[in-house]
Ligand binder design. Structure first.
Ligand code: MMA
Ligand code: CA
Length: 207
């Protein structure tokens, strides 16, 4: 009998209790609902993150666009102002050709005051540009510091030169350089720095 009981026990052991089943299925459906809710929450977060990301990118693009617009506006203003004040643009620099005469140092001071300096001539095209004005003008070249060591105003030594034939010839009494001739590569003359002359400034067109 005891055996029977046991058998009975084991017989009913695998038959699910209907009330237990409904609890289990309720738990499962609760869990399903929770999972579904969590999933939809994650989806909403993802969507929010994507929208936020897109907005950030849009904002960044807008800021870059505004910055570029502002910078180009500023460049235009600078160009317009300089042009109105008589500066001429050529190949990356603005140039000012004076209409009055000053000593070499006073000429240089004028350029420095304007955020520029006396012209530094690096290329044949730039040399040609400076001679096309057909004016005797100071340029940014001197050997005042060490006799016969010609240096540009930015401290760089003279490499490519356009001396007139026989120049430089002034020794210690002619330490500054002017444009003397306009039609050839033989153009420069060293002259006493205290001579009043026209001058040419150069301002690099960099931001
Ligand atoms: C001459 C020539 C130059 C010199 C000036 C000085 C007119 O040119 O000798 O080399 O610098 O005189 O006035
Ligand atoms: Ca000379």
């Amino acid at each position: 009998m005891e055996m029977m009981c046991h058998e009975e026990d084991s017989l009913y052991a695998n038959v699910p209790d209907p009330s237990a089943r409904s609890v289990e299925s309720k738990i499962r459906s609760d869990e399903d609902r929770k999972v579904a809710a969590a999933e939809s929450g994650i989806k909403r977060y993802r969507l929010a993150a994507v929208i936020l990301g897109l907005l950030c990118m849009l904002q960044a693009a807008l800021i870059i666009f505004l910055l570029i617009s502002l910078l180009s506006e500023r460049d235009d203003l600078k160009r317009n102002n300089l042009t109105q004040e008589g500066w001429e643009y050529f190949s990356g620099s603005f140039y000012y050709i004076s209409s009055t005469r000053k000593t070499w140092q006073e000429s240089r001071n004028y350029c420095l005051q304007k955020g520029a300096d006396l012209v530094i001539i690096n290329r044949k095209e730039e040399h040609d540009f400076t001679t096309k004005f057909r004016k005797l003008m100071w340029i940014g070249l001197t050997d005042s510091e060490t006799e016969e060591k010609w240096k540009w105003v930015d401290g760089t030594p003279l490499t490519e030169s356009y001396w007139d034939s026989g120049e430089p010839n002034g020794g210690k009494s002619e330490n500054c350089v002017k444009i003397k001739k306009f039609d050839s590569e033989n153009s420069w003359n060293d002259l006493s720095c205290s001579t009043p002359l026209n001058w040419i400034c150069e301002m690099k067109d960099c931001p």
